[in-house]
Design a protein around this ligand. Structure first.
Ligand SMILES: [Zn+2]
Ligand SMILES: [Zn+2]
Length: 271
């Protein structure tokens, strides 16, 4: 049995990631319009009504902006922390709460741990997903990391983490100084170098796949993000690395005992 992880799209114009186990279909974040969500799930042969719940990392529009629409249009339950629920004005009848370091059990085979991350003006969390003894992490929108995050993410089989900007491009680009400071500050986003450094702390021989997400369209390029990060983890990481774009759905990663077989099947299909 394996768990599949598919990014429906990541970036400042919307984020959502589908987790699918034998028993549950869960979205992490819903930063798309109803139409966009329906379209992107439709490309995977899934209708929004099949989604068991949506878990929201933080209230920024590109992560939570479509949560209320999903509650209204399809009655999908949303799980979020108090600040996020308040800021997004979620329907209390269709909302459940989590607190920092809570473990949420979804279906019989999936659990999500919410780990706080520094992100200015929001109570943002990263999610560490457990599925039948294997783990994956979805981490985005953080200006820096904590020892706690490193501890929980270390050794995950799959890691999705933002690589938001190339420091040189950001600093020499057209953004006003105050915005450059905000993006690169402790509560902003991770640069390619910071993401590389973080990954060098959490990658082990168990890590089989990495997806770099939430790339700035103006201050980054997929090849820059990938090559910078690989420089930091070259010696420990031998798996697959991918860069997620704004317009998904994209390549699906699997974790679990039959994940290797599944990957082969996908490769065959793509031939
Ligand atoms: Zn954010
Ligand atoms: Zn974001």
């Amino acid at each position: 049995m394996s768990l599949s992880i598919t990014h429906l799209g990541t970036g400042s114009r919307g984020n959502s990631t589908l987790l699918e186990s034998k028993d549950a279909k869960v979205l992490i974040d819903q930063g798309f319009s109803g139409t966009q969500l329906e379209k992107r799930l439709g490309l995977l042969g899934i209708s929004p009504q099949e989604i068991d719940c949506i878990v929201i990392s933080h209230h920024h529009g590109d992560h939570g902006g479509g949560a209320r629409i999903a509650q209204k249009k399809w009655d999908i339950p949303v799980i979020a922390n108090e600040r996020t629920v308040q800021e997004l004005d979620l329907d209390p009848m269709k909302t459940q709460y989590f607190e920092a370091l809570d473990i949420m059990k979804i279906g019989t085979d999936l659990s999500l741990l919410a780990v706080p991350v520094p992100h200015a003006g929001a109570d943002n969390v990263a999610f560490v997903i457990s599925h039948l003894g294997e783990r994956a992490a979805i981490i985005t929108d953080l200006g820096s990391w904590t020892d706690e995050l490193v501890q929980h993410v270390r050794g995950c089989q799959h890691i999705s983490v933002e690589a938001n900007y190339d420091a040189k491009r950001l600093m020499s680009g057209p953004y006003p100084y105050s915005l450059k400071e905000r993006i690169s500050g402790r509560g902003g986003h991770l640069s390619n170098d910071q993401t590389g450094e973080f990954l060098s702390l959490v990658c082990t021989e168990k890590t089989r796949s990495i997806t770099l997400t939430h790339l700035s369209e103006r201050n980054n390029q997929p090849h820059l993000a990938e090559s910078t990060v690989l420089y930091y983890i070259d010696e420990v990481f031998e798996g697959d690395i991918h860069v997620s774009s704004q317009d998904g759905p994209e390549i699906t990663h699997f974790i679990g005992s039959d994940a290797l077989e599944k990957k082969q099947t996908l490769a065959e299909l793509n031939r």
